[in-house]
Design a protein around this ligand. Structure first.
Ligand SMILES: [Zn+2]
Ligand SMILES: [Zn+2]
Length: 147
């Protein structure tokens, strides 16, 4: 088991293994956050906030209302995957941070079709993982979704 923990320690995400690769996404928002994502299916991840654990498959994890102890920025500037080009942007990805120390912990889809699908992926900020746990994990840099 491997953990990503915010600076103050109130928020922790657990996954069974290191991600297959880390993605330093240079899209407009990730670049500013400085996050380096590891992608996991929701079935692999549990979040623990102030000692209270919630599996990522729990609908509360993908709700538009953040779990207590988290704060959200819901991205609304890009079309959802599969949406036709030019479709009006909708808020569908929530970038979550610890409400106390502000560390960016993860992103999760909060649209109903995503929220209800336990096979969907989420991104954990691997900068919150122990460096020793990430030795040998490929580091990619991508441009991310275009505007
Ligand atoms: Zn914190
Ligand atoms: Zn990005």
């Amino acid at each position: 088991m491997l953990s990503a923990t915010c600076h103050c320690g109130r928020v922790r995400l657990s996954a069974p293994a290191p991600p297959p690769y880390r993605n330093e996404c240079h899209c407009t928002v990730c670049y500013k956050y400085g996050a380096v994502w590891g992608y996991y299916p929701k079935t692999d991840v549990t979040i623990t906030i102030d000692g209270s654990s919630t599996p990522a498959t729990d609908p509360a994890f993908s709700s538009t209302e953040p779990l207590p102890g988290l704060a959200y920025y819901v991205r609304g500037d890009i079309a959802k995957t599969g949406e036709s080009p030019g479709a009006s942007p909708r808020g569908h990805l929530a970038f979550a941070r610890c409400a106390h120390c502000g560390c960016m912990t993860h992103w999760v889809g909060v649209e109903p079709d995503y929220a209800e699908n336990p096979k969907q992926r989420l991104g954990i900020n691997t900068r919150l993982m122990d460096k020793a746990d990430l030795v040998g994990v490929e580091h990619r840099v991508t441009e991310g979704p275009r505007m």
